[in-house]
Design a protein around this ligand. Structure first.
Ligand SMILES: *Cc1c(COP(=O)(O)O)cnc(C)c1O
Length: 396
């Protein structure tokens, strides 16, 4: 593989390793273990595992290794560790890093399961977490302390699509010696330059755009070789959050087309947001790619002007209108994944973010009328017509 390759070449060829058969498509090594030629060789491999050597699929596997190398090449990271799901990645990235007595600062606008790890899990083990408004750099400056071990945020938050200034937060965190951990799902690995912008650790749920066709769970953590192999890998390989070889293969094939898919989805999302913005049934149309979005300037500098593949609609009629709207859709499906080829509509307040308290939902803008809409690969005009008809149905 060449360092000078551009993104789309890395997506197709990055990390590819062929077996003795010289197959074209990446091989699935669906094996949990590996045979040693001798007892001495087994002993030696447990002392030091060489680059082409494997022990057990929980520790590593050739197909999983290809996925990790392709992701590292794509993100411009030194190394990567593939996880069983996005949440295994978030949990491993944070839990392997902190210990009792440490302090963590986190943006408060988080996906429900991320909120569980920060608000419940870390606290139970004696880690103090301070939650702030992630879009406010002054709030980060005020919250970071000499004992702050890590900062955590979703670079584009789920589901209200706040965009957080990676370079700005990284500058503040680094001055305090804190590790910058970014959940980058909504930014997608195609639009992201998070490592270059100062993130130390970047996390993706591969379940979303990397698979992109709703088939398999997966996750990945990217960072320096020292962090990935020294800090994260021992935690992941002994606690069991490793990615299955079959799912790694699904993700490798997903990466081949991800650039085409998310660029088309983002283009469609911009057109849909523009067409529906100001519709009388809507209290708010949230899409970071729209010029009126509060962090649109950051979208230009941080994401190359791409507003992502998800938009959120806030219906004036609250939950009843949101449910009418969802039930009137004929092309998008009601579900809770995102980044899929199929457009997916979600009511966060009653599903993905149900576990948050009512007070926190209000604070985060997760209103009863809010619908998260993940734009798929269907024809844009068909989607606009269907969404418009559903808005009409929700208004009566
Ligand atoms: C979906 C999601 C996750 C979790 O990913 P899974 O693969 O479902 O475990 C984490 N963070 C964000 C922002 C997500 O959207």
């Amino acid at each position: 593989m060449s360092e000078t390759w551009n993104q789309r070449t890395k997506l197709v060829h990055g990390g590819t390793r062929r077996s003795q058969y010289n197959e074209v498509s990446e091989a699935i090594f669906l094996t949990q273990g590996f045979v040693y030629d001798s007892a001495e060789q087994a002993e030696a491999r447990f002392i030091e595992t060489g680059p082409d050597e494997f022990i057990y699929a929980r520790y590593g596997n050739p197909t999983v290794d290809m996925f990790e190398k392709r992701m590292a090449a794509l993100e411009g990271a030194e190394d990567a560790f593939a996880a069983a799901s996005g949440m295994a990645a978030v949990n491993g990235a944070l839990t392997s890093l902190v210990k009792a007595g440490d302090h963590v600062v986190s943006a408060k606008a988080l996906f429900g399961s991320c909120n569980y790890i920060l608000a419940d899990v870390l606290g139970r083990f004696g880690v103090e977490v301070t939650f702030i408004d992630g879009t406010d750099l002054e709030a980060w400056r005020a919250a970071v302390r000499p004992d702050t071990k890590a900062v955590f945020f979703e670079s584009m938050s789920n589901p209200t699509l706040e965009v957080i200034d990676i370079a700005g937060v990284a500058e503040i965190a680094r001055a305090a010696g804190a590790t910058v951990v970014v959940d980058n799902v909504f930014s997608t690995p195609v639009f992201s330059r998070a490592i270059e912008q100062g993130a130390d650790v970047v996390i993706y749920s591969a379940t979303k755009h990397i698979d992109g066709q709703g088939r398999a769970l997966g996750g990945v953590v990217l960072g320096t070789k020292e962090y990935i192999r020294g800090t994260l890998e021992p935690y992941m390989k002994h606690t069991g959050g490793s990615l299955s070889p079959f799912n790694a293969w699904v993700m490798l094939k997903g990466l081949e087309t991800i650039s085409l898919r998310v660029n088309a989805q983002a283009e469609s999302a911009l057109q849909i947001a523009g067409a529906l913005d100001g519709h009388p049934a809507l209290a708010r149309m949230i899409y970071p790619g729209l010029p009126g979005h509060a962090q649109n300037a950051l979208v230009q500098t941080q994401l190359g002007g791409k507003g992502g593949t998800v938009l959120s609609l806030d219906l004036k009629g609250g939950k009843a209108a949101a449910f009418k709207f969802l039930n009137a859709l004929t092309i998008p499906v009601i579900s809770n994944n995102l980044g899929d080829a199929k457009s997916i509509a979600t009511h966060p307040a009653t599903t993905t973010h149900q576990r948050l308290s009512d007070a926190l939902k209000v604070e985060l803008g997760i209103t009863p009328g809010l619908v998260r809409f993940s734009v798929g690969l269907e024809d844009t005009d068909d989607l606009i017509a269907d969404l418009t008809a559903a808005l009409e149905a929700a208004s009566v």
